[in-house]
Design a protein around this ligand. Structure first.
Ligand code: BES
Ligand code: MN
Ligand code: MN
Length: 465
């Protein structure tokens, strides 16, 4: 039987076309306008699983968007890999910054992807990465090399907090039983230096509203005499960091686990160029918490950021007005062992206490989730490490990521299994931004690497320990 790399070479055009078809479906979970498209994407994923060789695949209803479940059980005594991914995508906005349509996938070269990249919303996050697993299954089934059982669980609400998936896993623990959970929804350092994600940050997402007078006011007649909600809101937000960029919410750092100097110096060995980092973002300096490096600030430290702020007049020209209300969306990225519900409460109490007389403050929590870290001495990590070493010719580096996949910590507490994060995206792939893309190299390398994970995981699991 042909090996995986010749199989990929032979079928790559079709692999790309099939991914393009999936990317054409605008499965934006945040916007109800796209609800039929989200359902259509679920259907397309189910069909692709059946075509790839799942013996069984179904659309499982939930209170929200459905979960696509598929499986191929070859022998119940063999290990089982559970693949997780998501078929929903972020909204494409701002539309005018896309150089080609977000749901009209095209292949273009970039300096980082000289062999081409597929440009579309979801190309990397997560349709492209999820689809690598479908194609890897196709190869293993076609070549008769599937060494263990496989289950797929692909959801449609990851980008809006995975609420229905939490509901689903609570109710389907037997069905989802597995020996390891495998996810490709993160990134790696570069195409010449692969890495395996060993940590994800948690999240607490809040919305705040500052309310002043009962209507927008003439800023000449009333200016100076009543509280302006935007002035107040911005002052409150500014006070959430001190001069060292520490967060000022009382109790915020109480449960943060400080990393040992040894582990920090180990982390610092990962290749990183501050000059390239700044150049790629067109910034003349980085900014962040005193006492930590850039890579520490965006992975092992908790943060607080305003995601959006609005109120008053933002149209053409000038309008002299004191707004009646001001709004902001604020998120906090969390690290072990911060508890996201506790942090949400600390934020709410503190933010409300900051409000001066003359305004009212409302704080509404959105979704959140716990951080995750995984050891590198597990069988799953070792299997992933060998798989990347084989296909890249370089040993992957363990790396904690700053992003969040809140459901991963629930997998551990409910399904009692470890998650291995085999990401193939790059930070420059512009996930959540205009012109998101996924390198053809990365897509095909992922398809080649995944079957090796199955092989090594099954071998390690079955060898006496
Ligand atoms: N796939 C990303 C998370 C990610 C990307 C982790 C790259 C590590 C490296 C995921 O789809 C995502 O965007 N998560 C959200 C959280 C979610 C609750 C909206 C995030 O991190 O903002
Ligand atoms: Mn994702
Ligand atoms: Mn995402």
């Amino acid at each position: 039987m042909e090996d995986i790399s010749s199989y990929v070479q032979k079928h790559k055009e079709r692999f790309i076309e099939e991914l393009k078809d999936l990317l054409k479906i605008p499965s934006v979970s945040a916007d109800p306008v796209f609800s039929q498209d989200v359902l259509n994407a679920a259907e397309a994923v189910k069909e692709s699983l059946l075509k790839a060789g799942c013996a069984h695949a179904e659309i499982c209803d939930t209170p929200g968007y459905p979960i696509v479940y598929g499986e191929k059980i070859i022998d119940p005594t063999l290990p089982t890999v559970l693949v997780y991914g998501h078929y929903d995508v972020q909204p494409p906005d701002p539309m005018d910054l896309w150089e080609s349509g977000p749901f009209d996938p095209v292949i273009k070269q970039t300096p980082i992807h000289p062999e081409g990249a597929i440009f579309a919303r979801g190309a990397c996050d997560d349709k492209g990465q999820m689809f690598m697993h479908v194609k890897a299954l196709e190869y293993m089934v076609q070549s008769g090399t599937l060494p263990c059982n496989v289950k797929f669980m692909i959801e449609g609400e990851e980008e809006v907090g995975s609420e229905s998936l939490g509901w689903f896993i609570e109710r389907n623990q037997e069905k989802l039983k597995n020996d390891v959970i495998l996810i490709s929804d993160t990134g790696m350092i570069s195409n010449t230096q692969p890495s395996i994600t060993t940590g994800l940050r948690g999240l607490s997402y809040m919305e705040v509203k500052v309310v002043g007078p009962n209507r927008d006011l003439h800023s000449g007649l009333y200016g100076g005499a009543v509280a302006n909600p935007i002035n107040i809101l911005t002052k409150m937000i500014a006070s959430l960091h001190d001069e060292n960029q520490h967060i000022t919410i009382p109790g915020f750092y109480d449960k943060v686990i400080e990393i040992s100097p040894e582990e920090r110096s180990e982390m610092a060995k990962a290749p990183f160029s501050l000059e390239q980092y700044k150049n790629a973002l067109d910034i003349d300096d980085v900014y962040g918490e005193k006492g930590y490096t850039t890579n520490e600030r965006n992975s092992i430290r908790p943060t607080l950021d305003v995601n959006g702020i609005w109120g008053g007049y933002t149209g053409e020209g000038a309008k002299t007005v004191i707004p009646s209300a001001a709004y902001a969306k604020i998120s906090m990225r969390l690290v072990p062992d911060q508890n996201w519900k506790e942090i949400s409460q600390l934020f709410k109490d503190h933010f409300e206490s900051l409000a001066p007389k003359g305004v009212k403050v409302e704080v509404t929590p959105h979704h959140g989730g716990q951080a995750y870290v995984t050891p590198i001495d597990s069988i799953g990590y070792q299997a992933a490490s060998r798989a990347y070493s084989d296909t890249f010719g370089v040993t992957p580096i363990p790396q904690r990521s700053g992003g969040s996949i809140p459901i991963v910590s629930l997998f551990e507490s409910v399904l009692k299994s470890k998650t291995i994060l085999m990401g193939f995206g790059l930070n420059s792939d512009a996930i959540h931004s205009p012109n998101e893309h996924f390198g053809i190299f990365n897509y095909l390398k992922g398809i080649e690497t995944i079957p090796l994970f199955y092989k090594y995981f099954t071998e390690l699991k079955q060898s006496p320990q």
